[in-house]
Design a protein around this ligand. Structure first.
Ligand SMILES: [Mg+2]
Length: 258
């Protein structure tokens, strides 16, 4: 990668992909970026296993950010994959979820504990795809609690030196300093590209740190509009709204800029 170039740093679920994990409407925009030498850097809640599969399908070889910023990955010139972890491991985090559940007095159901039928109903994933999503290394996703207790849970997590973020289907328990934005900063340093310009694209509150770190921030809406967490940023013009939902909106936003 050269200095001072543009990077497209994108969330996957709910942003580039719709709720059936389809992204084909963005295939020609992805090819066009590749022809221009602009890297497409997934920045996602997904595990490295899941992102490797997507990169293979999309023909990408660019770096990637997994588990909401829990680790950055890339490929050296000889094709070997490297990775750097940026926070506590799943092994350290998992007992914290159980402690939070006890403190809150509410059950917290971790993604890794979903049965096959729960995984299909809640995530639309089956078989190996569900198993790939369940093998976490740097985060503990769990089924969101009702809004009435969410701020209490967040406060309890903060007391324990942890962070909670909301994705489009799951809540995620992370180390306190872990975020998509912090991971992007680490990737800039690692690739010796402190001045790379970033087009950031996201759909959910867990994307806020990525969008804040981006030079141009685009919110990709779902069919019923953008997430309400972005209302003020969109009204002020700090963030732009993609004109269509999911992959179609992603493709339009990318085409308008490049
Ligand atoms: Mg998302």
């Amino acid at each position: 990668m050269t200095r001072d170039q543009w990077w497209v740093v994108t969330d996957l679920d709910g942003t580039l992909m719709d709720h059936s994990y389809c992204w084909e409407a963005a295939a020609s925009a992805i090819s066009s970026l590749q022809n221009k030498g602009i890297p497409i850097i997934p920045c996602t809640s997904k595990t490295a296993e899941e992102v490797r599969l997507f990169r293979k399908q999309a023909g990408l070889t660019d770096p990637f950010i997994v588990e909401n910023g829990g680790a950055i990955h890339g490929q050296s010139e000889d094709g070997e994959e490297w990775s750097v972890s940026l926070g506590p491991s799943h092994r350290q985090l998992r007992p914290e979820l159980d402690a939070l559940s006890a403190a809150l007095g509410e059950p917290l159901l971790a993604l890794e504990d979903l049965s096959a039928s729960q995984g299909k109903a809640l995530l639309g994933l089956e078989g190996d795809a569900l198993l790939c999503a369940q093998r976490r290394q740097w985060s503990v996703p769990f089924v969101p609690v009702p809004l009435s207790v969410r701020s209490q849970l967040r406060a309890l997590a903060e007391q324990r030196g942890l962070a909670l973020v909301e994705g489009n289907r799951m809540s995620h328990l992370l180390g306190k300093t872990v975020s998509k934005g912090a991971a992007l900063q680490q990737l800039r340093l690692r690739l010796n590209s402190p001045d790379a310009k970033v087009l950031g694209l996201g759909d959910s509150p867990n994307d806020l740190p990525l969008l804040e770190a981006a030079d141009i921030a685009v919110v990709v809406p779902g069919p019923s509009g953008p997430h309400p967490a972005f209302k003020d940023h969109l009204a002020s013009g700090r963030y732009q709204l993609a004109p269509l939902s999911h992959a179609s909106g992603w493709a339009e936003a990318v085409k308008q800029l490049f």
